[in-house]
Design a protein around this ligand. Structure first.
Ligand code: FE2
Ligand code: FE2
Length: 251
């Protein structure tokens, strides 16, 4: 797979999902992408990932890791929604919708595992443990007795969510042909549909968080949004490189 242009990916996400114009946010994405080229958008990253995925055990572990990551994402979003000030119920509602999507995705990855590796080297006991770990949609706001977030804290969290969604979508773009290669002829259409739905959801998550960052930016926080986004973008790259140097490509 060729290198991915993050700026174009984000622009496409906004366009496909009919987002409002986001000039400040797009300028920030362009700056972040130019200053800190993300390793997960690199051609070599995709090639390494796809090479490792030829190993059925690696692919099974990768699908399990994805299920757990989506489940953790749903839980974290629910906690985040619990810290959003009460006058921003619109924001909390959007975050909870997102959390429910991620909870569904966790189950989708388990289904993909069963589809492409029915004889996965994972015991049925482990599979049922994973199943039990996954949250059940719909997700609700986590009750929290801590003070609500400030705008700065919300911008920070949403920046991290937005960047995480970009990487997740790119990982799924890389995973798509691998899964299709492992699918039987009868499964191929169904798996293609499942992955395309996942990709579309992640694209929507990029778009709506981008719109939120733009709205904060338009409300007088432009310099802060730009600053924190760049900091988080850079840290995300560093974390990806640490993961690559540790236990291989972490999804
Ligand atoms: Fe997801
Ligand atoms: Fe997502």
């Amino acid at each position: 797979m060729a290198a991915v242009n993050v700026f174009s990916e984000v622009a496409a996400a906004l366009s496909v999902h009919g987002a409002a114009p986001c000039p400040n946010y797009m300028t920030t994405v362009e700056r972040a992408n130019g200053m800190f080229p993300p390793p997960y958008a690199d051609e070599q990253y995709a090639a390494d990932y796809q090479r490792q995925a030829c190993d059925p055990f690696w692919l099974s572990s990768c699908l399990v890791a994805n299920a757990v990551k989506e489940a953790d994402g749903a839980r974290k979003l629910s906690v985040f929604a619990g810290r959003i000030p009460s006058n921003r119920s619109d924001l909390a509602d959007a975050i909870i919708r997102h959390a429910s999507d991620e909870a569904k995705h966790a189950r989708v990855f388990l289904q993909l595992l069963n589809a492409v590796s029915p004889d996965a080297e994972l015991s049925s006991r482990l599979k049922s443990d994973i199943q039990a770990y996954l949250p059940s949609p719909p997700i609700t706001v986590a009750v929290c007795d801590r003070p609500p977030y400030t705008v700065e804290q919300m911008v920070d969290d949403i920046s991290q969510i937005n960047i995480g969604e970009i990487r997740t979508r790119i990982n799924q773009l890389i995973l798509r042909p691998v899964l299709l290669a492992h699918a039987s002829a009868e499964q191929e259409m169904r798996i293609q549909q499942v992955i395309d739905n996942l990709l579309r959801d992640e694209q929507r998550h990029i778009a709506y968080t981008g719109e939120i960052l733009e709205s904060f930016s338009q409300q007088g926080y432009n310099a802060f949004v730009d600053h924190i986004y760049l900091v988080r973008f850079c840290r995300f790259n560093e974390r990806t490189i640490r993961e690559l140097n540790g236990s291989g490509v972490d999804l």
